[in-house]
Design a protein around this ligand. Sequence first.
Ligand SMILES: Cc1cc2nc3c(=O)[nH]c(=O)nc-3n(C[C@H](O)[C@H](O)[C@H](O)COP(=O)(O)O)c2cc1C
Length: 391
Amino acid sequence: MLTGKNILIGITGAIAAYKTLELIRLFKKNNAKVKIVVTPNALNFVTKTTLESLSQNSVDIEQFNIKEYKPEHIALTDEADIFIIAPISANTISKITHGVCDNLLTSTFCAFKKPILIAPCMNTNMWENPATQENLRILKERKITIVEPEVGFLACNAEGKGRLANINIIFETAKNILLPEQILKGKKIVITAGGTKENIDAVRYIGNYSSGKMGIALADNAHKLGAEVVLISTVEVKKQYKVINIKTAQEMYDAVKDEFQTADSLIMAAAVSDYRVKNKQDHKIKKDGTPLVIELIENPDILQEMSKIKKENQTVIGFCAESQNLLENAKTKIAKKGCDYICANDISQKDIGFSSDNNELYIIDKNLVISKIEKTSKQNAAMKILEKVYG
Ligand SMILES: Cc1cc2nc3c(=O)[nH]c(=O)nc-3n(C[C@H](O)[C@H](O)[C@H](O)COP(=O)(O)O)c2cc1C
């Protein structure tokens, strides 16, 4: 179920640390890769040998154990899809809330930008302490997922709230973060990505600056949501879904036409050349001191053509990259092309658009209702587009 997922589990010096052994086992049973980072105090409760045996991986404790010139806390953040700290002590809750980075676990937390889940465990008085509660409130506000402890009999012989949540609940919460609701299950979605290249001769082409990042992010997220994805891309990528590599607009047109027949939806995120060279040369053109004149002819308009032939139950989404009058041009484009949605982005802003990892978009529907996706990563923007259109 979790094949290909990398789980980073953090353990702190709390009495329920032994229960995390079961959590590790659950992730391993579900084919996830598990890496463990512990605070030095955690080793008073569980041994490194047990953790290494169960995770089948080395356990990291030391901040200054630098491998291949990459500090250990950074290496850990690169690989993991999620960071789960279970159990997390009152002490570590306090540290991570205030940005303290005094051991490998707290430094890793500070550097971690992907989803984080914490499962506290402590004596009831520690749990109820205003400092602990205030820290948890701040962490919740910062979008850290907190799996709250249960009420029950505690190791300190008291009865109250503080017992680590059931391991299955921690596992299921993490699984829901890693595998979001499959809203696109049973749907086939064709997505185009990248900039087409129109050959001039054997070595030259007319191209554009599209990196393909937005289309690939859409394909990745549609796949996560359960869709059967076909990515038609000028950028070569290896994915768990079907990828068709093409170069020119004509090749993209042929592949889209073919795949769209059996699809529920088409998302045209690629930057397709409007023109191609009429007489492209098989050999390299040599300069001879005279101006070179290249005649260009129009390429098929894939978005318009597919919008024309689409059946009632098919959805077509186009993209428009504009450097001025963004919304006006987007509204004109949706009317002209006849598609269901247009996602418009302003490529004149350097920190969003073509090669950037971020984007800010407007989604415009057929009735010209506009919704804005504030600046965020292309991965997040892709998920928001899919949720808006199919959610
Ligand atoms: C036997 C024993 C059990 C403990 N259990 C907990 C616990 O469940 N939760 C907690 O927050 N602290 C607990 N503590 C206190 C922590 O171990 C202590 O605050 C420590 O500094 C935490 O270090 P760390 O957060 O760096 O791992 C316990 C201490 C002892 C000696």
